[in-house]
Structure formats: structure tokens, C-alpha cells
Design a protein around this ligand. Structure first.
Ligand SMILES: Cc1cc2nc3c(=O)[nH]c(=O)nc-3n(C[C@H](O)[C@H](O)[C@H](O)COP(=O)(O)O)c2cc1C
Length: 361
């Protein structure tokens, strides 16, 4: 049997195989973030098709952190009962499900466009990473930051009450945690900016706030942008990312999913043009660096499409799990197909303009 179908222990639970469905925004919620039956069915289908661990789409913890209008929300207790239907459906199908929670900071488009409290870590004029929603954000003050940290804790408490197997902090892709970590977006001169110790204070306090609100053994995870994939200007380096990974592990985070922070067009293109095995696993070198500085189980995300590539990653020890997103949008039954012996690569390739290569043995 392939190593990919061997169980793995994460925090206080076992996962039936090494496949993680990386967090994927559903675009199915109402304007206040409430999910409905379609979201439950989407996640149930993945569990019924053998996905080991499912990360939900990102959910905002405060209205000020909402990007898309149809993004999931977990900003108050009224959301708990809706998610209880989702966790039951997954558990009935033998799966595991973790909610990803987020604040989008300067990328909070809905907050910006609907007259909400639109905030940034720093207001950086002319920043290539700052979106233009027609309004300027205001810089967060200490009180705002403390409120957001507390809201992460309260959201995690709701996640546990809803029956999820764990909670994942969205710490990647240029959202608020990334915005604090990266010197591209964080130009503060107070205790939240400047040195790495200051830039990572926010994520450490978020992890601490969550740990205070959930049971001691409730799994707290992070999807971490371990470096900015940009060629120019200030950036979060992999050495810094490795220090952040070490620090969150010390804070009690039990599972790290390795991804990018900010990215430029070259990196975006690398993720979009995965047309052959050599182009898969875009962040593999970063995974090796994080492995060298941490002890918790790791998952790698970013462009993996074929079983031999994934097996090699696990066997090499670079990661314990393989996270995939787009292949499961196109083919929700992919993991079951692979388990049942049809080992052709993810169909996702075809849409990328690539050719399918011969099946793995
Ligand atoms: C439609 C779509 C929605 C996504 N939503 C999220 C999300 O909610 N949270 C997150 O961390 N990443 C999100 N991502 C990024 C993916 O989880 C993943 O990191 C990225 O697509 C690379 O993996 P892949 O090559 O397997 O698709 C999303 C990606 C896509 C294509």
C-alpha cells in the first residue's frame, strides 16, 4: 500500500491517510457568513470520497476582516449550529474536519466596500501589495489589535463547540497574520513592527488567545506563509519563517501547513502552470527548511498533482501530509479514485493546458 494511505496522528486524533484538503473558500455563504446545506454537502462529499483531513474555507472572525461577501463567518455564537451539521456529516463519513479562521486586514474587501471598519497593519503609500477598493484603510491601533487577538480566541471557542476536530489559523497568502509578519506590509515602529520578534508578536498572541479559549488538547494548527515569494523589496525570508514556525510550535501549535506569504507574478505563474511533475511541489525547498527547525507534523501545499511526486515527498521526510486544493475542486472523488487503483494524476492538469503523463505504477 502506498505510504499516502497510511494513517497519521495529528494532535489528539488520527487521520486515515495523508491527504489534506487545503482550505478552499466556498463562495456559498450569505452576507453575514452563515452557511447552508450546499456547504454541508460540499464538505460531506469530500469526506465520503476518502479525503483524510478537510480544512474548511477561511471564515472571518470579525466583520472588519471579511474579504468576499459570500465568505464563511464565525464571528458570533449564532453560527455554531450551522457548522454542527457540517462536522456531524464529516464524522459520519469517517473523516476529520478543521475550520480555518482568518482576518483579512488590508484585503478585507467587503469591509472596505460596505463602509465597515477597514484597517491595515501599516498604511504604505504605493505598496504593490495594497488592493484598491476605492477607500483608504486606517492604521490599526493597540486597542484594535488586542480586539482582533481576542476575537481569534472567541472564534476558536465556537469552532470547538461546533464539533470541529481542530482550528487552523490562516497565517499565509498576505492576509492579516502575513501582513504582520512581512516587512512589506508591516512598517510599524511600535511593539508590533520592526524586528522579527515584534512582527511575530501578533501571531504568537493569536495562538495564545486561542489556547486560552479551547480545551488543552484541542488541536490548534496554522497554515503558515513561511516566506514571501517576491524578488524585490523587503520580504519575509525563509530563515525568519523557520523562526516563526519554531515559535508557534512552542506556543502549542500542533500542525503546520507550509505555504507562501506574499507572492509576485513569477510565483503566481509557477502555481498556475503545473504542467509536468518537475513543476509540482512549488514550496518543497521551504518544507525542508521548516522540517529542520520543527518537530510537529507538517503538510505541504502548492501544485502537487501526481502520486509519485507526493510519495517521494513523504518518503523523503520533507512533510507528513500532502495538501491539495484545486484538484479537489475539479474532482471531489480524486482520493477515492486513487485508493481504488486509478492512479492517473489529478485531472486538474488538463485545464492548465498540460498533458497527462503516464500513470504511476
Ligand atoms: C478557489 C480557491 C479558494 C481558496 N481558498 C483558500 C482559503 O480559504 N484559505 C487558504 O488558506 N487558501 C485558499 N486557497 C489556496 C489553496 O488552499 C492552496 O494553498 C493553493 O490553491 C495551492 O494549492 P493547489 O495547487 O493544490 O491548488 C484557495 C485557492 C483556490 C483556488
Amino acid at each position: 500500500m502506498s505510504v499516502l494511505f497510511e494513517p497519521v496522528r495529528i494532535g489528539n486524533f488520527e487521520v486515515r491517510n495523508r491527504f489534506v484538503r487545503s482550505a478552499t473558500y466556498f463562495a456559498l455563504s450569505d452576507i453575514d457568513g452563515f452557511i447552508g446545506q450546499a456547504s454541508v454537502d460540499l464538505i460531506r462529499t469530500l469526506a465520503e470520497n476518502d479525503v483524510g483531513l478537510i480544512m474548511t474555507g477561511y471564515a472571518y472572525i470579525l466583520k472588519s476582516g471579511q474579504s468576499f461577501p459570500d465568505m464563511n463567518g464565525i464571528q458570533d455564537d449564532d453560527h455554531i449550529s450551522g457548522y454542527q451539521k457540517m462536522t456531524k456529516a464529516v464524522h459520519d463519513a469517517g473523516g476529520r474536519v478543521v475550520m480555518q479562521i482568518a482576518h483579512c486586514g488590508i484585503a478585507s474587501e467587503t469591509a472596505a466596500r460596505t463602509g465597515g471598519d477597514y484597517m491595515a497593519v501599516s498604511v504604505v503609500d504605493g505598496s504593490p501589495d495594497a488592493p484598491d477598493y476605492g477607500v483608504k484603510p486606517r492604521e490599526m491601533n493597540d486597542e484594535d489589535i488586542e480586539k482582533i487577538i481576542e476575537a481569534f480566541g472567541q472564534a476558536a471557542r465556537r469552532v470547538q463547540e461546533a464539533g470541529f476536530d481542530g482550528v487552523q489559523i490562516h497565517g499565509a497568502h498576505g492576509y492579516l497574520v502575513s501582513q504582520f509578519l512581512s516587512p512589506r506590509s508591516n512598517q510599524r515602529e511600535d511593539k508590533w513592527g520592526g524586528s522579527l520578534e515584534n512582527r511575530m508578536r501578533f501571531v504568537i498572541e493569536v495562538a495564545g488567545s486561542i489556547k486560552k479559549q479551547v480545551d488543552q488538547d484541542f488541536p490548534v494548527m496554522i497554515k503558515l506563509g513561511v516566506r514571501d515569494y517576491v524578488k524585490e523589496g523587503p520580504r519575509l525570508t525563509i530563515e525568519e519563517g523557520a523562526e516563526v514556525a519554531r515559535a508557534v510550535e512552542k506556543e502549542g501549535v500542533c500542525f503546520i501547513e507550509i505555504s507562501n506569504g506574499f507572492q509576485d507574478n513569477t510565483n503566481r505563474k509557477a502555481l498556475l502552470s503545473v504542467t509536468k511533475p518537475e513543476k509540482e511541489a512549488v514550496f518543497l525547498p521551504s518544507a525542508r527548511d521548516i522540517r529542520a527547525s520543527t518537530t510537529v507534523p507538517l503538510s505541504l501545499v502548492g501544485g502537487m498533482r501526481s502520486l509519485p511526486v507526493m510519495e517521494d515527498i513523504i518518503k523523503s521526510g520533507a512533510a507528513d501530509c500532502i495538501s491539495i486544493c484545486r484538484p479537489l475542486i475539479r474532482e471531489p472523488g480524486l482520493i477515492k479514485r486513487w485508493r481504488e487503483g486509478d492512479t492517473r494524476p489529478a485531472d486538474c492538469m488538463k485545464r492548465m493546458g498540460g498533458n497527462l503523463w503516464p500513470a504511476a505504477s
